[in-house]
Design a protein around this ligand. Structure first.
Ligand code: SF4
Ligand code: SF4
Length: 341
């Protein structure tokens, strides 16, 4: 696909804003954390060579909301409640979070609620020129530069200008009327070389590699999992912030004042909850905390899921490390697995 020279990020942003609702990661007063928020004025100035900072929460809630109406029943008929989503742009996604959306695209490929949101969404990704704190995307093939097929538009900084790569038909259509000049021919090759250089800036990842090996070789005893599992406070911070976690539960609520009508909704669930796999009979295949923790990390790093999804279920964002009050986020747990092997 062709690539273009963009001299002003502002121009691209305003062009997309004519027909789309714009969202980008922004800080709120009193906090340095970034949050995905509507951005009618954007773009912020943090793109380009400034240090990479991931938004506190990933963008998954735009496509798979924490709580969502599935259908209504009026006593006789089931009434579909597919969401009506105005065209939107997620502007400023890093490669790791884009890989997570590509992962979710596969998981939800037959889910009409997810697809209604996904079809209305343009993904604008930026290459990362520095590692973010706690990130290890290069270890799990999720960055630091945006992967082909994961975004609609890819932006790569070139001094005060940008290499703009339309990476999907939707992306190409979105910029067609901007009439941008082609990018210098050598920029694509230079981008490839630079990615290898940025990947070398990441800190040592031997604990992650050893942990992945131990999980796949099943050399972690039930006792070791249980010792680690006892540190889980069942807060669901990890599963809520993990951009690839997609488990949900459903529940029905009677509509107030109407005897035979109800609505069915779904909401995020967490495999770290004791009742996650509990059956009506009372049988629970993951009754012990260690069993639940083992299940979670198996879903993130098992080769089994590489066969199914083409990649690990972890995209190396480090959010679980940041949030876990029990000290068993990804770096902590992988260091323990390395040390206690
Ligand atoms: S963030 Fe930590 S304490 Fe909370 S559910 Fe996850 S593993 Fe357990
Ligand atoms: S397991 Fe942790 S590091 Fe991996 S994608 Fe999920 S939140 Fe990020």
């Amino acid at each position: 696909m062709k690539s273009y020279l963009l001299d002003s990020l502002e121009n691209l942003f305003q062009h997309l804003a004519v027909s789309h609702k714009m969202f980008e990661p922004q800080s709120i007063p009193g906090s340095e954390d970034l949050h995905w928020l509507p951005s009618p004025k954007g773009p912020t100035s943090r793109y380009g060579t400034s240090k990479q900072v991931l938004p506190l929460a990933p963008a998954k809630g735009f496509l798979f909301p924490e709580r969502e109406l599935l259908f209504r029943f009026d006593g006789q008929t089931f009434i579909e409640t597919l969401p009506e989503v105005a065209p939107q742009v997620l502007f400023g996604l890093q490669s790791c979070d884009l890989c997570a959306i590509a992962y979710q695209d596969q998981f939800f490929r037959q889910d009409s609620y997810y697809l209604a949101r996904r079809k209305a969404t343009i993904l604008v990704g930026f290459d990362c020129l520095t590692p973010c704190d706690g990130g290890f995307c290069s270890t799990v093939d999720a960055g630091p530069f945006v992967r082909d097929g994961s975004a609609d538009l890819i932006l790569h900084p070139k001094g005060n200008e940008w290499l703009l790569i339309p990476a999907s038909e939707q992306g190409l259509n979105a910029i067609q009327t901007l009439n941008l000049p082609p990018a210098p021919a050598e920029w694509r090759a230079e981008r490839e070389q630079q990615q290898a250089e940025v990947a070398k800036m990441f800190p040592t990842d031997s604990h992650i590699r050893t942990g992945i090996e131990r999980i796949n070789q099943a050399t972690i005893s039930a006792e070791q999992w249980q010792r680690l599992g006892l540190q889980c406070l069942t807060c669901s911070g990890c599963t809520s912030l993990c951009p690839t976690c997609s488990c949900f539960t459903t529940f029905d609520t009677k509509t107030e004042g109407e005897s035979n009508t109800f609505v069915r909704e779904r909401c995020w669930d967490s495999c770290l909850y004791e009742a996650f796999q509990r059956e009506t009979s009372g049988h629970n295949p993951s009754k012990e905390a260690g069993e639940r923790l083992q299940r979670y990390w198996f879903h993130k790093f098992s080769d089994h899921y590489v066969d199914e999804f083409g990649r690990y279920g972890c995209i190396g964002c480090g959010r679980c490390e940041e949030t876990c009050p029990g000290g068993i986020g990804v770096h902590s747990i992988m260091r323990r697995l390395e040390k206690e092997s």
